[in-house]
Every structure is written in structure tokens, then in C-alpha cells.
Design a protein around this ligand. Structure first.
Ligand code: NIG
Ligand code: FE
Length: 399
């Protein structure tokens, strides 16, 4: 049994536990000159240092601000190859969708990833995950989706499984881009073979689909969701990235964990999300990198949706290796307040992964927390280009 009292906390800042929607996203609890008691990896007590219980061990954090560990609910951290040539093409005027349609983009990452073995994928993903964690992400979702065939998809998920020994990861099977020929057979195979095998081997917790004009239709997504559900997997979506073709409405109808992207969402999709428990996950790194419109973060919150923020770390649309940076960009590009952005990156992002045991510094939650360099928590949303995070604690243990 281990028991440690952390003191020397200038500000302890946290959302309340559980998902927060609308105006409640701005309601943080702030304790000045605080203490935090951790027992066996869980938070046992939080409050003013003057009222702290005694503990066998005390750690003085030296007058820093403490916030919950961030949860990054959307990454594609496992890939091989690079997209540097695509990026140059894009800078000279080609669009993301044009590059994809001519066999580049996601398809080029698929060719490189399908040629890599599990150990190579592990070695490539490890420093990316380490960067996300150093930036404050104590829990990170990782998707497959660059497998050209089912074996390559399984290799990606096996790589994630190996990395789970080193990182707190939540794996997702992503059905990303249909083959150029035989797409009906492909969807059938996903439902009849791939999803059952992934579920049997416990390789993923959820199934994600890229529902988009250049990818899967709403009808195909519906079939894939039915198979996922039948095998006990949760569902979520990439939707409204370029065109709002109905993915968001489907996700809200079936109670998906989250709908991610939403750059092309209009009032109808915003209303559907606000009326549902499905999380609206926005990915401001994509806006920055592709130079496309931002997701309507402000409107989603004002309408009453549960909004989360993620990096979408991937080589094509968001080479953002910092979850803190995604939080900071959500303030600038999607017009969240700093308080809303913290809630979006903690309890709401946890809810997007179906997790309720983390994201808030409250008794009973996992002791995942960040010690900032600064005594003022606002340096977390404020800082760009250097890390405001000094130390990362996972279940009470400093990494
Ligand atoms: O979330 N939009 C689809 N999928 C990824 C991009 C993947 C890639 O470009 O490699 C995304 O933006
Ligand atoms: Fe993505």
C-alpha cells in the first residue's frame, strides 16, 4: 500500500468528473495552495494544504500549478513512410482529396505501412507516443487504418498491443479507405472476418469509420457499425471532414462514442450532436496543417454539445506531436475558452473513449496529473512551441 501527499501546489485546477456539456465546460474547480493525496494510484483526497491529512510520504512540488493528465482521444500514431512529397504538392496547390484520389495521401501511407513488420511499427510509433506523453497525454487512443489488407491492419493493432506495456493506450480498429475495386466484398469481409477476429483477440475497443465522399458511405458505415456492435465493440466516426454526408446523424442515432473532425458541419449536425451523448471531437491540428476551415467548436459548446479535443496525430493531415498544442490550438482556431479547452482535453476526451475513471482531480479518480513549470495553470493553454509541462504522473507515479 503506497500513500503519498503532494504539496507545494500553487493552483490545482480541474473540471468536475464525468462529461461536461455546454456552459458547464467552463466551470473549473480551482484550489490555491493545494495538496493532493494519492493512495495506490488513485486520488484519495484533494483540498487546501492547510486541511491536508497526514501521509507516510510527502512530495513538495515547489509551488507549481497542477492539472489533470490530458487524454488524447484521436491519433493515428502508428504509420510507416512519410508524406513529405504530398505536403509539397499540397503547398503548390493540390488539395488533400485530389492527392488521395490519385493514389497518394492515405494510400501512400498504406503501402508503406503494409510493408512494415510489427517490430518496425513499434519502433516507429514509440517516439511519437513518448512525445505525446511528454506534452501531457496520460491516456492516448491509437487507431489502425493504414493496413492495405486485413493482415496489415492486424499488424498495426499488434504493434499497439506491444506498446501498451509502455504507454496507457486505447486501441481502435479504423476502417479508413475502401479498395479501388471490390468495395462491397471488402465491407463484407470487414464485417464477417476482420471485426470478429479483432474482437476475439481483444485487439481493439472500438471501431471507427471514415465516412466521407472519398471513403465510406453512410450505408456502408451502418453495416460496419452493426458488425462492431454484434461483437461487443463500441463505435465512432470520422465525419464531416470535407462534406457533411450524414455520418454525424448516423452516429448520434446509434449512440456512437464520438464523431470526430466536424470541419464541414452545419447547423443540422451541431443540433444533432447537442441533443446526444455522442462527443463532438474537434481536431485543430488539421485546420492548422491543411489550412482548411476550423470545426465550429464555439457553436458546438454554445448549442450544448460535449466537446473534446485531440491531436489527430498522423502524417497527412496533422503532424502535431503535442496534445498540449492541440489544446492551445483549440483556443485560437476553434474559439474555446482556456477553461473549456482543459475540460475538452480531460473529462470529455475520456468520455469519448468510454472512460469515466480519469480526467478530473477528484477523490476516486486515477492519479494521472501534470505538474507545470509555471505557478499559473493558464500557461498550459497559452504556451506555443515549448512544453509548459514539467512532470507527468501516471497513476501517482512520475514518468
Ligand atoms: O483524421 N481523414 C482521414 N484520416 C486522417 C488522415 C489520415 C492521413 O491523411 O493519413 C484524419 O485526418
Ligand atoms: Fe483521424
Amino acid at each position: 500500500m503506497s500513500e503519498t501527499l503532494f504539496t507545494g501546489i500553487s493552483q490545482l485546477v480541474t473540471p468536475r468528473p464525468g462529461p461536461q456539456r455546454g456552459a458547464a465546460m467552463r466551470e473549473l474547480n480551482m484550489t490555491e495552495d493545494a495538496a493532493l493525496l494519492v493512495k495506490d494510484g488513485m486520488i484519495a483526497w484533494v483540498g487546501p494544504a492547510a486541511q491536508a491529512p497526514t501521509a507516510p510520504e510527502t512530495v513538495d512540488l515547489g509551488g507549481r500549478a497542477v492539472v489533470p493528465g490530458l487524454v488524447d482521444p484521436h491519433t493515428h500514431a502508428v504509420w510507416a513512410g512519410d508524406r513529405l512529397a504530398d505536403w509539397e504538392a499540397k503547398l503548390s496547390g493540390a488539395t488533400y482529396e485530389e492527392i488521395l484520389a490519385r493514389g497518394g495521401g492515405i494510400r501512400s501511407t498504406m503501402r508503406a505501412t503494409a510493408a512494415a513488420g510489427v517490430e518496425e511499427l513499434v519502433a516507429l510509433a514509440r517516439p511519437r507516443l513518448a512525445a505525446l506523453r511528454a506534452s501531457g497525454a496520460t491516456t492516448t487512443e491509437v487507431k489502425s487504418g493504414y493496413g492495405l489488407d486485413f493482415d496489415a491492419e492486424l499488424r498495426m493493432l499488434r504493434a499497439v498491443r506491444e506498446l501498451q506495456a509502455e504507454f496507457e493506450l486505447r486501441p481502435t480498429l479504423l476502417i479508413h479507405v475502401p479498395p479501388t475495386e471490390g468495395r462491397a466484398e471488402y465491407v463484407q469481409g470487414v464485417c464477417a472476418d476482420l471485426i470478429p477476429q479483432v474482437a476475439r483477440e481483444g485487439l481493439a475497443e472500438a471501431v471507427d469509420v471514415f465516412t466521407e465522399k472519398e471513403a465510406f458511405s453512410v450505408e456502408e458505415t451502418r453495416q460496419i457499425f452493426a458488425a462492431a456492435r454484434a461483437h461487443g465493440l463500441k463505435v465512432k466516426l470520422h465525419a464531416d471532414q470535407f462534406h457533411a454526408i450524414g455520418g454525424t446523424e448516423l452516429a448520434c442515432e446509434v449512440g456512437a462514442l464520438s464523431v470526430d473532425h466536424l470541419e464541414a458541419s452545419t447547423e443540422a449536425q451541431i443540433r444533432a450532436l447537442a441533443a446526444s451523448d455522442t462527443v463532438a471531437t474537434i481536431l485543430p491540428g488539421v485546420t492548422l496543417h491543411l489550412g482548411l476551415p476550423a470545426a465550429p467548436g464555439r457553436k458546438l459548446i454554445d448549442a450544448g454539445a460535449i466537446v473534446a479535443v485531440g491531436t489527430d496525430l498522423n502524417p497527412g493531415s496533422s503532424p502535431v506531436f503535442s496534445t498540449q498544442m492541440a489544446l492551445a490550438l483549440a483556443v485560437r482556431l476553434c474559439k474555446l475558452t482556456p477553461a473549456e479547452a482543459l475540460t475538452a482535453c480531460t473529462v470529455n476526451a475520456a468520455h469519448a473513449l468510454g472512460l469515466s475513471d480519469r480526467g478530473s482531480l477528484s477523490a476516486g479518480q486515477r492519479a494521472d496529473f501534470l505538474v507545470l513549470h509555471s505557478p499559473d495553470w493558464r500557461d498550459l493553454p497559452y504556451t506555443l512551441g515549448a512544453s509548459p509541462v514539467q512532470d507527468v504522473f501516471l497513476a501517482g507515479v512520475q514518468l
